[in-house]
Design a protein around this ligand. Structure first.
Ligand code: ADP
Ligand code: MN
Ligand code: MN
Ligand code: MN
Ligand code: MN
Length: 357
């Protein structure tokens, strides 16, 4: 396996050089392809709050986020986190992209989602996202798969332990630590059904924080994987054939769902969701049709369904929730490559708003 990895041994010689009080702020944003870009800025002091962070900009013509003759895209800080790579007072800054004319950039879905969330703060809506992803090597082969061939069929890999049953655990462990260091609400990890496919869960997070934390956790994943010469794919069906696709199950509850009697509120939400199935699907990830086939623990793309403990339904009510009579539901439709702002936004709009028909 050809492996391109940075020479981090040489780098380590420089890492403890004194920064002379300066703070490095890595500004990250979402580009036109749902990938993450970043650039770094030196600050004179550690910010006490997000308001202390300067706005910045980048060349949007290089990322297909703006035309060349009007290329400046504004970066507006919305949250910051301790930087697990540089440590110390250094930070990672999550930003929203804005155009010169004061409108949100076409690929900035956070602004609209934050507005929806703000109008339903009384509902105290929680989300938990299960981010599945697949690892590839530098040459584009599934990580650690035999060159030009396939591993044994799926079966031993889900939550697998032991050589040949699990791959790339080092990447996963490093990412887990990085998230914890930065204060991300990472709630767990597990190896998935397809070898070299993994999942991490973030949540429960309230409102817009869900999208924020998932994007930052994704940034950490890509950065950690750089150190191992591994590529992260969020494609919903990274490999054709009898290999599981990758999703981003979206667990949802409102305050009323989380108390005794909440099942009634969950049922009402599912009724609303069933009426807007197509609209939801349109925001639930590109190429999701390759994944939502009704096989490999998915439901059909064209019809809404729900059921207790049913992993072949659009929406699953966990067995424990059905038994207790309150809790949350799991929307299994979203693909691994979703923009979580779009998904959490429309979920809130549908279940908290009025739905016609
Ligand atoms: P699964 O059994 O579907 O694999 P996971 O354990 O991977 O479930 O993920 C469940 C997710 O649901 C976690 O991210 C967790 O934080 C989240 N979650 C738990 N309770 C709630 C709740 N009341 N509201 C929203 N999300 C919740
Ligand atoms: Mn330049
Ligand atoms: Mn899971
Ligand atoms: Mn999973
Ligand atoms: Mn799930």
């Amino acid at each position: 396996m050809s492996l391109y990895v940075e020479n981090t041994t040489a780098l380590s010689k420089y890492l403890d050089l004194d920064q002379r009080g300066k703070v490095l702020a890595e500004y990250i944003w979402i580009d036109a392809f749902g990938d993450i870009r970043s650039k770094c800025k030196t600050l004179d002091a550690k910010p006490a709050s997000v308001e202390d962070l300067p706005e910045w900009n980048f060349d949007g013509s290089s990322t297909e986020q703006a035309p060349g003759n009007n290329s400046d895209v504004l970066l507006r800080p919305v949250a910051f986190y301790p930087d697990p790579f540089r440590r110390g007072d250094n930070i990672v800054v999550l930003t929203e992209c804005w155009n010169n004319d004061g409108t949100p950039n076409k690929y900035n879905h956070r602004t609209a989602a934050a507005k929806i969330m703000a109008s339903y703060t009384d509902e105290e809506i929680w989300f938990g996202l299960e981010q599945e992803y697949t690892m590839f090597d530098h040459d584009g082969n599934v990580y650690a798969w035999p060159k030009g061939g396939y591993p044994a069929p799926q079966g031993p890999y889900y939550c697998g332990v032991g050589t040949g049953k699990v791959y790339a655990r080092a990447v996963v462990e490093a990412h887990y630590k990085a998230c914890l260091y930065a204060g991300i609400t990472i709630s767990g990890i597990n190896a998935e059904v397809m070898p070299s496919q993994w999942e991490f869960q973030v949540g429960p997070c309230t409102g817009i924080k869900m999208g924020d934390e998932l994007w930052v956790a994704r940034y950490f994943l890509h950065r950690v994987a750089e150190d191992f010469g591994v590529k992260i794919s969020l494609h919903p069906k990274p490999l054709k054939g009898d290999w599981n696709g990758a999703g981003c199950h979206t667990n949802v509850s409102t305050k009323a769902m989380r108390v005794p009697g909440g099942m009634k509120v969950i049922d009402a939400a599912l009724e609303k969701l069933s009426k807007r199935h197509a609209e939801h699907i349109s925001l639930y990830g590109k190429d999701n049709d390759q994944r939502l086939t009704g096989r490999h623990e998915t439901a059909s793309m064209t019809a809404f369904s729900s059921g207790v403990a049913n992993r072949g339904a659009s929406v699953r009510i966990p067995r424990s929730v059905a038994l207790e009579g309150y809790g949350y539901f799991e929307d299994r439709r979203p693909a691994s490559n979703i923009d979580p702002y779009l998904v959490t936004g429309i979920v809130v709009e549908t279940i908290c708003g009025a739905v016609e028909g």
